[in-house]
Structure formats: C-alpha cells, structure tokens
Design a binder for this molecule. Sequence first.
Ligand code: NAD
Length: 469
Amino acid sequence: MAESGETELVVLGAGPGGYTAAFAAADKGMQVTLIDAFEKPGGTCLYVGCIPSKALLHAAKLLTDARDAQAWGIHFGRPEIDLAALRAQETKVVETLGKNLLELSKRRKVEYIRARATFADSRTLRLDNGSSRRFKHCVIAVGSSPIVPPSLKLESARLMDSTAGLRLEEVPASLLVVGGGYIGLELGCVYAALGSRVTVVELTDGLLPGVDRDLVRPLQSRLEGQFHKIYLGTKVAKLAETAEGIRATLEGEEIEEREPTFGRVLVAVGRRPNSRGLGLENTKVQLDDKGFIRVNEQRRTTDEPIFAIGDVAGEPMLAHKASHEGKVAVEAIAGEPAAFDSRAIPAVVFTDPEIAWCGLSETEAKRQGREVKVVRFPWGASGRAATLGRTEGLTKLVTEPETERLLGMGIVGEGAGELIAEGVVAVEMAASARDLALSIHPHPTLSETVGEAAESVYGPTTHLFRVRR
Ligand code: NAD
C-alpha cells in the first residue's frame, strides 16, 4: 500500500504507453493517477500522430483507388475536395477515440489530471497547476518530439513539422518533404493524393534507411509516379522565405534545380525523446548519450521507484512497443515476474503500398554476419493480388538454415500492415517455415503469399516454379 498522502502509481504521459500502463495498473487494483498536458488521454499518437495520419491516409486511398478504378472501366470524374469537411471528419475520429479513452479511465477510477509535471525529487512530482504529488511508483511515458535541425529552422507559417502537416490548413500547389522516412512518405502520400506537387529530399542514398531494399523498391516505383521528384543522397542546406514561398537550397549530385521554391515545406527528419525539462536531474534517473532514459528489462530506471516506457525509453519509437512495455512495467510494479523480451516488434509504414516487417530483417542479418535463408514470394503469382490490380507486392521470409525456424518476415503490398501479424505470432512462437507451410491459408487471399513463401523454403510451389540448375 502507498503511504497516506501519496499516490500508489502516477503515470506521466497518457499516450498508448501511458494509458495502457494506467489501465493495466487499475485493473490490478492499484490507485492510479494519469497526468498529461492534453485534455484527454491519447497522447501524440491520438492527437497529432498515428490516428489523424491514418484518417488522412484513408482519404488519400479513396482518391487513389477512385483514380485506379479507371483500369476497371469505372470513371468517377475529377474529385471535389472539401478540405473543411475532411478536417472535420479527421477531428471527429480523434475526438470520439479521446472521449472513449477518458470514459475508460473514469470507469476504472483512474484519476486523470490535465497538467505538465516535473520531478521535484525521486518521489515527488510538481504540477504546473501549483499542486504536487508524492508517489510510490511512477511510470514515465512522455514520448518524443519532432527534430528540426538548426539549418532548417525558419520563422514561417509555411514551414511544418508533422503536427502542422496533419492540420491540413491547405493543399499547397507544391510541397517539399525533407526526410524520406515514415512520416515524410506517409504525409507525402496524403498531400500528393490531394493534389500537391510533392518533392521528397532524403539525405541517405535510399528511402526508409534500414529497411530491406527489395521491400522499398515497389513502393518507390509507385511513389515516383505520384510524387514530382524524389532526390536521394541530397541535403537541404538552407531554407529562406520569399514572397512566392520557401526557397530551398539543395546540395547533391543529380539535382535539376538547385534553388526551387515551394508553397510549403514539411520537415520529417526524425524524433527525439522528451527527456529534457522533466526535472530528472532531481532524481537518480540516468539518460544514455542519445537522451533516452536508461531502463532494464522490466523498464525500471536507475531510480528504483521510477519506470520509463515508450519513445522516451528507447527505439523503436512505436506506439505498440510502448503499450507492451507499459504492461511489463506494471507487472513488475505489482511484483510479478516480468520482462520485455519481444523477438518481433512489428513496424508498418502506412504508405500505398504498405511496408511491414518483424523480427530479423535481411539487412540486419547481413549487418550481424548471420547466415540466413531468405525466400520471396512475388505477388505477381497471387490470384488475390491480381484481382486487386496490385501485383507489385512481395512477401519474404528470413529463416534459420539448420532449423528452418522463422526469424523474420517482410511484406510490401496492399494490407501488409494487417498481414504481418501472422509473422509476429510465428516468430514469437518459434514456428518453423514448415509450420507456416502446413497451415492452410484461405483462398483467394493475400495471406496465401505467406503460406506459399514458406513452402518455397522446400522447393517449387504451386504458383512458383523455378528451373533447377
Ligand atoms: P525517420 O527516422 O523514419 O525518417 C527520417 C528520415 O529523414 C531518414 O530517412 C533520414 O535519413 C532523413 N534525414 C535526416 N536528416 C535529414 C536532412 N537534414 N535532410 C534530409 N533527410 C534527412 O523519422 P520520421 O519520419 O520523422 O519519424 C519519426 C519516428 O516516428 C519514426 O522513427 C517512427 O518511429 C515514428 N513513426 C512511426 C510511424 C508508423 O509506425 N507508421 C509513422 C510515423 C512516425
């Protein structure tokens, strides 16, 4: 039990990590206070991240599907886009989910406080409403914020980070996206579908650095048809406001125009943990050299009563990893044996086509010098992909040669984000390729590509025949 006047558990930050931890703790009978600067629970993911971006990507998909329908003899004509109505729909989705989360908090008797809090010491939080809270345990789940490098800082309403980009104030005639990562490509797809001429500038020599190249290729070739330009190995050295828009100075080898001007610029070059300004110097909590809070496998920090989860506690900065950590931390607080030991944290880029992967990727296996067997099933051989007119996809499996065990899965194609869940379960359960091959997948579905990729570990499959040499 907590001492009188102290809260048993304070969760700082009410995103998917924080509210999952708070709800799990309340379900175990703990007395819980959840603190966040947003009016309701949901955090970055709900208000300025995953959910609004997916709502906008849904609208973008409606537009591109309507255009692609021409191949099926269906003509909708030029779409009329009512931006105010689109924004209202996005807001409605977000508000409904926020209201539901607040209701779930109330039903569990989780006290929700709208405030910013900083640590006064290892057992006390000071709130910006003038009050303070002593706690027995605290879970820090304060997330991350977009990085804007000094060279890209500019006082201009035309310069957007992801939060501003999601507000969709207008559809600029031209948009520069700095950064070809998750956010740049997802929001780039949204603005391109709405009618902006989108230019993406990526510093490294490929989109989505770190992701297997054969998964990125089909996405890149589709984006090349939708975006005005994709510059790789290119730097935005300077941004300057002019009467016509923002002038960007580009540095790279194959640039057609070195100083193009854009109606708007979206900067999406990564996020940093929100570990500064929390008063952590008043505690024994330590940070690593990237500013992430140091935690152990239970997500306990170097200050015993304090735990940290989600983006602030390390990569990958993904909501579902935060939620899982939240449950682990609460189990540890409850004295249960608990550890974060996932083998397959899935990642999904919600572009069209989607890219999803989990477990060991081919790129990572190469980096580790680990011998693996990789099999690929091209969606050109999938009946379901043909009916959807989306045969550009690919399903690949990374297996352990001696044991045939599935170590990782990667998919590019329509619905990859949903399909990857099978890979997550298989990797976590240490399934072998044979387990997947012997599981009957429904026909005609895209999930058959997983089953048939697994069969191909053992030789030719029904729809894949390669002449043996
Ligand atoms: P990111 O790390 O995915 O991509 C940033 C990109 O910017 C990289 O490709 C990097 O090489 C490039 N870059 C860095 N500096 C640059 C510069 N000066 N000029 C041009 N390019 C530059 O970061 P993000 O897209 O900002 O997203 C941040 C994080 O948010 C992601 O890592 C991810 O964890 C999370 N996120 C996840 C999803 C999802 O799960 N679908 C969606 C959005 C964001």
